[in-house]
Ligand binder design. Structure first.
Ligand SMILES: Nc1ncnc2c1ncn2[C@@H]1O[C@H](COP(=O)(O)OP(=O)(O)OP(=O)(O)O)[C@@H](O)[C@H]1O
Ligand SMILES: [Mg+2]
Length: 242
């Protein structure tokens, strides 16, 4: 097994709130690592720190042995790390193809190559039919696939996916799961934040569980799911919500 992403002690504070507290985990080449945790656990923040969208307070990020800590988002993308956003923000008045070309341009300056990569990614996420629609005309599920297509058009080696199945029509979830598994078969390394435990159990080789910014478990899905700290974290939220 070859280590691709090595995250050590990432810490992020927003004022008095510690969004990530010394989070350590790693991802092997070709692996799917899932991230779970109740709302506000610090999952999206972890992606923000890895991809340079937020400055971090402590810790280091290594990609393929190279220290990429604190690099700007475009530099991280240039090294082959793509991410999708939980809060979708496509350019509403650009077409689907144009939105994905913007993603592809993160890795190439050649417009023709970018267009080819965009169309190939749109075919993969099954949005070719919508390629000339404006992004604002898409349904939530289609916008999720647009977001995935935008990230894939970068031809990444590692993709960080933030709730790809979140908020979509239940019937479209199996198709999305198949897409992710196909990406793995093609050799992509994947980190995926996912609330749906059934989906997570199908996808993940290992699971990282966060709670209140801290890592509470990391390992085989069967073990993490049963881990008392994980069970407690979810029961705690259920009780709080009740
Ligand atoms: N830019 C920010 N400024 C201030 N606080 C922030 C910021 N981003 C996140 N936080 C806070 O950090 C904590 C972790 O947020 P984060 O979005 O990482 O959680 P999450 O695990 O992704 O939750 P969810 O499942 O709801 O998406 C939360 O308390 C959140 O309010
Ligand atoms: Mg989140």
């Amino acid at each position: 097994m070859t280590l691709l992403l090595d995250v050590k002690g990432l810490t992020k504070r927003y004022g008095g709130l510690t969004a990530n507290a010394e989070v350590t985990f790693d991802v092997n080449q070709g692996e799917i690592v899932g991230i779970i945790g109740p709302n506000g656990a610090g999952k999206s923040t972890l992606f923000d720190l890895i991809t340079g969208f937020q400055p971090l307070d402590a810790g280091r990020v290594f990609l393929d042995g190279h220290d990429i800590t604190g690099l700007r988002p475009d530099r991280v993308a240039g090294r082959g790390v793509a991410r999708t956003f939980q809060k979708l923000k496509p350019f509403p008045d650009l077409t689907v193809t144009e939105n994905v070309i913007v993603g592809a341009l993160a890795r190439t300056a050649d417009m023709r190559v970018a267009r080819d990569h965009a169309l190939e990614a749109l075919a993969f996420v099954d949005l070719l039919e919508k390629r000339n629609s404006f992004a604002r005309e898409l349904s939530t599920g289609q916008r999720k696939r647009l977001e995935l297509g935008r990230a894939l058009a970068m031809h990444p080696r590692l993709i960080l996916m933030d709730e790809v199945t979140g908020g979509v029509d239940q019937r479209t979830i199996p198709g999305l799961v198949d897409l992710v598994l196909e990406l793995k078969r093609r050799g992509l390394t994947i980190v995926t934040i996912e609330h749906n435990m059934q989906v997570m159990m199908r996808l993940a080789d290992r699971i990282l569980a966060l709670h209140a910014g801290r890592r509470i478990a990391f390992g085989r899905p069967e073990d993490v799911r049963k881990d008392p700290a994980v069970v407690d974290a979810y029961l705690g939220t259920a009780a709080d919500a009740a």
